[in-house]
Design a protein around this ligand. Structure first.
Ligand code: SF4
Ligand code: SF4
Length: 188
């Protein structure tokens, strides 16, 4: 799909380095543009501008600013359908995760993740994202305790991991960051 001499000059070296370190650049050069990832993509069904092939193309062309400031990288549901269907075995959700992470570093998207703050706090406190009546009923049916049991030690480890990955810091600072979040552009 792309050769290195086609890489555009607006590459953010930071993004390029991360993509190279994670081998995503070389892997995605194997994309055969078959379109299977678009055909059954639920995000494409509900968004007139979301097209994962275009995201891949722009990633390979090095259009970092366009990608990181885009609305579209936040429209993926991370359902993994594309990953299952891709004949080249490309892990598109991994790319989306990485682009979102870099977009946040560049100051985009905090308004979109603000709603997950209570979920994140609950996760750090209980080790689970949410519990509801249906889940409890299913657990009961399976003969396991209605509520997940997380030991103090496991919770401590979980918090240590979240501290080292920067998750705790992100959750703590969401409200502050929302105030200065950059306006996104719809690019496609
Ligand atoms: S399914 Fe895979 S190979 Fe086909 S266009 Fe999508 S990413 Fe490329
Ligand atoms: S993971 Fe994202 S890009 Fe892939 S099929 Fe699901 S919504 Fe579409």
């Amino acid at each position: 799909m792309s050769k290195s001499n086609e890489i555009s000059s607006d590459w953010s070296s930071k993004l390029k380095n991360v993509l190279e370190e994670s081998n995503l650049l070389s892997k995605f050069e194997k994309c055969i543009t078959c379109g299977k990832c678009v055909g059954d993509c639920p995000a494409s069904t509900v968004s007139s501008t979301y097209n994962v092939r275009k995201l891949i193309r722009d990633m390979l062309y090095g259009r970092s600013d366009l990608l990181l400031s885009s609305e579209e990288i936040w429209e993926c549901f991370l359902c993994y359908t594309c990953e299952v269907l891709c004949p080249a075995g490309l892990k598109i959700p991994n790319l989306i995760h990485l682009l979102r992470e870099k977009a946040l570093e560049e100051g985009y998207g905090y308004d979109l993740i603000q709603d997950i703050k209570p979920m994140g706090e609950y996760f750090l406190k209980t080790g689970t994202v949410f519990e509801n009546v249906t889940i409890k009923k299913v657990r009961e049916k399976l003969g396991i305790p209605k509520k997940r049991i997380i030991t103090e030690q496991a919770l401590k480890k979980l918090n240590q991991i979240c501290e080292s990955t920067g998750f705790i810091n992100t959750i703590k600072n969401i409200d502050k960051k929302v105030k200065s979040t950059k306006a996104r552009k719809t690019n496609y």
